[in-house]
Design a binder for this molecule. Structure first.
Ligand code: RTP
Ligand code: MG
Length: 139
C-alpha cells in the first residue's frame, strides 16, 4: 500500500484537559509520522468553513461553536493507508461505541466533544491539511 497522508485535529476539550501529549503518543505509537503540527484557535468563521460539508446537518451550529471554543492542535500525519488506519485508531464518532484501545475510547467525552478529528478520504485529507499548513510547514 502506498504511503500517504491524513489530517487530524486534537479538539478543544482534549487540548484544554492536557491530553495533547497523550494523544500524540498514541498517534506515533500507531505508526504515524508527524509531517506538520500546530496549536491554533479557529474563529467561528474558519470553523464554519472547515466543516462546510456538514452545513445542512442538525449539529452544524453546535459543532462550529464547540470547535471555536478553545485552541485546537492541527497535524498532518503520514503512514501506509493513512486515512483508513487513522479512523481505526480514533474509533467510532460516538465514544459509547468506540472500541477498546482507540483514542476516542480513552479521551472522548461525548459524541460532539470526541477528542479528535480524522479525515474521511485522501482528497479531504489534502484539502484539510492545506487549510492549516503551507508547503513550507510540511516535512
Ligand atoms: P470527524 O470528522 O471529527 O473526524 O468525526 P467523524 O467523521 O467521526 O464524524 P462526522 O459525521 O464527520 O461529524 C463531525 C463531528 O461533528 C460532531 N458531531 N456531533 N451531536 C451530534 O449528533 C454530532 N454528530 C457529529 C462530532 O464532533 C463529529 O466528530
Ligand atoms: Mg468526519
Amino acid at each position: 500500500m502506498a504511503t500517504n497522508r491524513t489530517f487530524t485535529m486534537i479538539k478543544p476539550d482534549a487540548t484544554q484537559e492536557n491530553h495533547i501529549g497523550g494523544i500524540l503518543s498514541m498517534i506515533e505509537a500507531g505508526g504515524f509520522r508527524i509531517v506538520a503540527l500546530k496549536k491554533t484557535l479557529l474563529t467561528a468563521e474558519r470553523a464554519g468553513e472547515f466543516y462546510a460539508v456538514h452545513k445542512e446537518r442538525p449539529f452544524y451550529g453546535d459543532l462550529v461553536k464547540y470547535m471555536s471554543s478553545g485552541p485546537i492542535v492541527a497535524a498532518i500525519l503520514e503512514k501506509d493507508n493513512a486515512v483508513a488506519d487513522f479512523r481505526t485508531l480514533i474509533g467510532a464518532t460516538n465514544p459509547a461505541q468506540a472500541e477498546e484501545g482507540t483514542i476516542r475510547k480513552k479521551y472522548a467525552k461525548s459524541i460532539e466533544a470526541n477528542a479528535v478529528h480524522g479525515s474521511d478520504s485522501d482528497e479531504n485529507a489534502q484539502i484539510e491539511g492545506n487549510f492549516f499548513f503551507g508547503a513550507n510547514e510540511q516535512f
